[in-house]
Design a protein around this ligand. Structure first.
Ligand SMILES: Cc1cc2nc3c(=O)[nH]c(=O)nc-3n(C[C@H](O)[C@H](O)[C@H](O)COP(=O)(O)OP(=O)(O)OC[C@H]3O[C@@H](n4cnc5c(N)ncnc54)[C@H](O)[C@@H]3O)c2cc1C
Length: 446
């Protein structure tokens, strides 16, 4: 490693953070995972990323790529390997006005993006949290407050600049390297480091956003009505139902229906949101008109030692009723996980299935179960969680990579149906035959 390290020190203009160094303690962890990497590299330019990739390829097999550092499976750090932390590559630049093209550094966060675009009254369909990275969220999906109107974050990507395993800069778009362009829109970090994304942004007004709360006892009817309504609701309306929140009483916790109406006309907003208000006894309603940038929450780093077990699945139309019924029953049981159900459909479903490597376009809902706590709490909760998922299994399908705390072969198979996986593996063979980029829901080249 030493001559490779010498070359790195010569070619790399960014930060090289080693154990014992002043910044190492904070640099070794990602938001949700701790690690003890041998080196953390923080490139300041595309050339630095190239040098970092060449170094990692020669140094050994363990490489983590860190965008915003929010990955649940802890891909953003490791023990004993190299971390390439992209946080210095966070520029946001409007490069064209018709259409509104925005070039975003591969280490930017969505908070940086929304803040930079807000003065121009522009937005990009993203997630719900400012501190989450553009890189991780976009490369496997991006389900946020504008998803039903403008699709996934990855549906708005028009080009990507990728540093592949041999350290080359490769441009991917519909015109250049289209198969790589297909793969990076859903296939995660498997094909290289994206140093810049180009997105098509859209003009945005202020939006109506907030939550409507209903008593836990009305969960079953509220959730069924909500899921039925969303099927035909205007696509300006995107919604998430949260319930069984252990911090708010577990089985007694209210059902909280979050909504974002993409528009500032109060009458149209009321027409879209009132059917939800009529689903039960409203115990809280804080929906207000606000700048789109303010719909994203700040995000927080949990204390060390808190683990997350996060699982999810998609629900197609014919299973919605059954799944919602099961989730409403699960919610009432002692030890229920926290459950969040997100509406998808809309613009997501209109993109042809084979246009990108994101494979679950026909789902109406995606739900996530979360258990969080210290190791013994997690251990005690696992059997009940396994039983819940066994009950759900016949009615649900697939998995959304961004809300998974595990990375087993079964997870990869759930994210990528066979045909998608095989097509991704062919792209992997071309751009990363040695599987340098393996700390992800991995596509094996062979
Ligand atoms: C509080 C919170 C809120 C969330 N809200 C949403 C939400 O509303 N909608 C949603 O869809 N998801 C959401 N997520 C999930 C989120 O999309 C994933 O956790 C995602 O992986 C985070 O990306 P990151 O860049 O911050 O994480 P990282 O841990 O840095 O990245 C995860 C992996 O992505 C790859 N990667 C990241 N950047 C690059 C790059 N530039 N080039 C190549 N590979 C890269 C690497 O393999 C990396 O290991 C949320 C997560 C959290 C913790």
């Amino acid at each position: 490693m030493s001559s490779a390290l010498e070359t790195l020190r010569r070619d790399f203009g960014g930060d090289i953070i080693e154990p014992g160094g002043a910044e190492y303690e904070s640099a070794r962890r990602s938001v949700l995972a701790s690690g003890s990497p041998a080196l953390v590299l923080r490139p300041g330019s595309v050339g630095d990323v190239q040098a970092g990739v060449r170094f990692a390829a020669s140094a050994g097999p363990l490489l983590s790529v860190r965008g915003g550092g929010h990955g649940f499976a802890g891909f953003g750090t490791n023990d004993g390997g190299v971390v390439i932390d992209l946080s210095r590559l966070a520029s946001v630049e409007i490069i064209d006005t018709e259409p509104h093209l925005v070039r975003i550094g591969g280490g930017a966060t969505w908070g940086q993006v929304t803040a930079a675009l807000a003065p121009h009254r522009l937005a990009i369909s993203a997630g719900d949290t400012k501190s989450v990275g553009v890189g991780g969220l976009t490369l496997t999906g991006g389900i946020g407050w504008k998803v039903r109107k403008y699709g996934l974050a990855l549906d708005n990507v028009t080009a990507a600049e990728v540093i592949t395993a041999n350290g080359q800069v490769v441009h991917a778009s519909a015109e250049e390297n289209p198969e790589l362009f297909w793969a990076v829109r859903g296939g995660g970090g498997n094909f290289g480091i994206v140093t810049a994304f180009e997105f098509a942004a859209h003009p945005t007004t202020d939006v109506f956003h907030g939550k409507i709360a209903f008593p836990a006892s009305q969960a079953a009817t509220v959730l069924q009505g909500w899921a039925d309504y969303l099927r035909a609701a205007p696509e300006e309306l995107t919604s998430v139902a949260d319930f069984a929140n252990p911090a708010a009483g577990g089985p007694e916790a209210p059902v909280e229906i979050y909504v974002a109406f993409d528009g500032d006309d109060p009458e149209l907003a009321a027409q879209a949101i009132d059917p939800i208000r009529r689903l039960g006894t409203v115990t809280g309603d804080d929906i207000a008109l606000k700048p789109y940038a303010d719909t994203l929450a700040d995000g927080a780093t949990p204390p060390p030692g808190i683990q997350f077990v996060i699982r999810n699945a998609f629900v197609d139309k014919e299973s919605v009723s059954e799944v919602v019924q099961i989730l409403a029953e699960v919610r009432a049981s002692e030890g229920s996980p926290f459950i969040a159900v997100r509406s998808v459909g809309g613009a997501v479903s209109r993109v042809p299935d084979d246009a990108t490597a994101y494979a679950h376009r026909q789902a109406e809902l995606m739900f996530v179960t979360t258990i969080a706590g210290p190791k013994p709490v997690i251990g005690a909760a696992r059997p009940a969680l396994a039983a819940i998922w066994e009950r759900l299994a016949p009615h649900v399908n697939g998995a959304y990579a961004n809300f998974l705390a595990s990375a087993t072969e079964e997870d990869a198979a759930a994210i990528y149906p066979t045909q998608t996986y095989q097509r991704l593996a062919a792209v992997k063979r071309q751009y990363d035959p040695g599987n340098l980029f393996a700390r992800n829901h991995n596509i094996r080249p062979h």
